[in-house]
Design a protein around this ligand. Structure first.
Ligand code: MN
Length: 298
């Protein structure tokens, strides 16, 4: 589809005349779904998100002005062989001068993102907000260490401390993940915990943990959301977060040292209404708004 939107890329925030040194954010697509274990399709997400990003306006839902939140869209990093090409993602993330927003792809693309962030904040405490139906703590899956079920396990191996990891929205488990979940020191807030305690209450706990970190990366798998609002994903898990829960969580990150976001597992071929694509766009724009409010309140 090539119809023109009402705005330019990313609700007019993309500035083709500026470099990453001169912008607040870099946006990078990683159109790869070769390590998804079930249904594929996430490789098409960067193109669909960019397409519909032309219909966004430069405001958040609370009317925060986003105009100064400049974006450099660096295009896609294509992955043919993950064992080799993931290094390109790692190096890009490790050397960016601004805040990266990365669009998967299946969740495996976050493995080099974690590695790059770990390198970028060497010697510092790197915290992670992990928003997902799944913990992705398997040692290996389908015979691969790079599977989308192993992402956070690799992150811990790269040196992210379990005590600096907050996981929100979990509701599905593999046998090899249980010990780390129950005894590994990670902070677990299941989707059921959120429903019982309310997201506001959960965000207070999350904020108190992550404020001890020097840098905080958010990795958001769109399957954190209930399939009734975000059906277009490889493994829809019943009983998920509401759209309001997720927006409350993103907004609560204000005041933390935010250094990056990845949004993964949006699968346009499984998303006939494209509501899952739009959910991803909303999450990205509300993340940009958190940074905007931090900047404006300084
Ligand atoms: Mn997941």
């Amino acid at each position: 589809m090539t119809i023109e939107g009402t705005h330019n890329l990313w609700g007019d925030l993309h500035r083709p005349d500026l470099t990453p040194d001169e912008t607040v954010f870099s946006i990078i697509g990683i159109p790869y779904d070769g390590l998804a274990s079930a249904r594929k399709g996430a490789a098409l997400a960067p193109e669909r998100l960019r397409f519909w990003s032309r219909h966004l306006t430069p405001f958040s839902e609370d009317r925060t002005r986003l105009r100064d939140m400049t974006v450099c869209d660096l295009g896609d990093i294509n992955i043919a062989n993950p064992a080799v090409d993931f290094n390109i993602v790692q190096q890009r993330v490790a050397t960016l001068p601004n805040i990266p927003i990365l669009i998967g792809g299946d969740h495996s693309v976050t493995i080099p993102i974690f590695e790059g962030q770990r390198e970028r904040y060497k010697g510092k405490r790197l915290g992670v907000l992990w928003v997902d139906a799944h913990p992705d703590l398997c040692y290996d899956f389908d015979g691969s260490h790079l599977s989308h079920a192993c992402v956070l396990r690799r992150g811990i191996e790269f040196g992210i401390e379990p005590r600096d990891i907050c996981m929100v929205g979990l509701r599905s488990w593999e046998d090899q993940e249980i010990d780390t979940i129950e005894n590994g020191g990670v902070h677990v807030y299941t989707a059921a915990d959120v429903a019982e305690r309310g997201m506001k209450n959960i965000t207070e706990s999350v904020h108190n943990i992550l404020k001890e970190c020097d840098a905080v990366h958010i990795s958001l798998d769109i399957d954190c959301l209930d399939p009734s609002v975000a059906p277009g994903t490889g493994i829809p898990e019943f009983g998920g977060l509401t759209s309001r829960d997720v927006l409350t969580l993103i907004k609560s990150m204000q005041g933390l040292p935010l250094v990056g976001l990845d949004v993964v597992e949006i699968a346009p071929p499984l998303d006939p209404s494209e509501s899952t694509v739009f959910a991803g766009l909303k999450i990205i724009m509300e993340y940009i708004a958190v940074i905007a409010r931090q900047t404006q309140s300084k």
